[in-house]
Design a protein around this ligand. Structure first.
Ligand SMILES: [Zn+2]
Length: 346
């Protein structure tokens, strides 16, 4: 235990949670399926996997990034308390506290106008155009389900990042999805990523330099618990339906997410410079599939929050879709996290 504490970054004031004990209280089976560096727990066919020294866990087969690496001590796996409270618990055992209503959805096609985003010149693909195409498809599907759907740009125009957020806040959006396509130096990079606002006190996933001052709080952190649950369902649904590589639910302080007054995520729907993925993305049929997957993830998220608080939540406009994760029983009050019941407000 002492060794485990020492291995976590002291600068972040991290504190440890014994993951096996915590999951056991929610009914997950003993971590009997266990290799040297890997532990796994199961409940109703849903598995949690943690690997020593890796800064992610796998929840139901989806990679979800943590702020600090998993630490092994005497055959037990430990995670930082912040990671447990801000990432693992809100996905496995979301609480019926301040459950969001979901009626108005703001969609944000990335880039536009003078900012083309990522390009594949050989195939004539431009991120701003593809993001707008997927957004319009998604808008039609969500409207057919009965949602009120607004988009931050309807044409090829440049919109400042702050204005996208401000638009969503003015529209009193209940949910925000920013839609992008990825790019990389290497043509071998492929797959899907979903970004949620980084919790206060934590470094972002891609912040390799870990420079000081990168761990501050943002207004959007008021929705941490729903951001990660939404991000989880978006990532899981995309990976399942598109059969793409799971690059994980990641954390970033993207400007469009920082000041949001509602739950929101940014999704990267594939790499434009990966030849195989770009060929898919160039097809309207595939883009319709992306839009359908995103719509499904909204429906799954909505069904889950509705189930949490039937009396205070808005029902989903359609028949509820199948659950993709078993609901853990209500969290025990102690000793896990007495602070979890209060929402941080700014
Ligand atoms: Zn982009």
């Amino acid at each position: 235990m002492l060794a485990a504490i020492a291995a976590l970054p002291a600068s972040l004031g991290a504190q440890n949670i014994n993951l096996g004990d915590a999951l056991g209280r929610w009914g997950y089976g003993d971590d009997s399926v266990k290799a040297d560096n890997l532990a796994r727990w199961d409940m109703k066919g849903f598995s949690v996997r943690a690997e020593k020294n890796r800064a992610f866990v796998e929840l139901g087969g989806v990679k979800v990034y943590l702020g600090a690496a998993v630490v092994e001590s005497n055959g037990r796996m430990f995670v930082a308390k912040r990671d447990f409270d801000k990432t693992i618990a809100p996905v496995l055992a979301p609480q019926a506290v301040s459950v969001p209503h979901i009626r108005t959805i703001v969609l944000d096609p990335g880039h536009g106008g003078k900012d083309p985003g990522n390009l594949n010149k050989r195939m004539g693909l431009t991120e701003k155009t593809l993001a707008l195409d997927v957004t319009k498809r998604l808008k039609a599907i969500l409207e057919a389900k009965g949602y009120r759907v607004l988009i931050t740009r309807t044409r090829d125009t440049y919109v400042e990042l702050e204005d996208r957020t401000a638009y969503a806040n003015r529209a009193k959006a209940d949910l925000f999805l920013s839609i992008h396509f990825n790019g990389a130096e290497s043509t071998s990079a492929a797959g899907l990523e979903t970004y949620c606002l980084t919790p206060a006190g934590q470094y972002s996933t891609n912040d390799a330099r870990r420079s000081a001052g990168n761990t501050g709080a943002e207004a959007g952190n008021a929705h941490d618990r729903w951001n990660i649950l939404l991000g989880y369902y978006v990532q899981k649904t995309l990976v399942d339906k598109l059969e793409g590589e799971d690059r994980g639910v990641r954390r970033a302080r993207f400007k469009v997410l920082c000041d949001l007054a509602c739950p929101g995520v940014l999704v990267e729907c594939g790499y434009l410079n990966n030849p195989a993925e770009a060929a898919n993305i160039a097809s309207p049929v595939y883009r319709e599939k992306i839009a359908q997957s995103l719509a499904d993830s909204v429906a799954i998220f909505h069904a889950r929050v509705y189930k949490l608080a039937r009396k205070t939540s808005t029902p989903p406009p359609q028949a509820k879709p199948k659950e993709t994760a078993p609901s853990a029983p209500a969290r025990p009050r102690s000793p896990l996290s007495p602070s979890e019941s209060s929402v941080t407000r700014r």
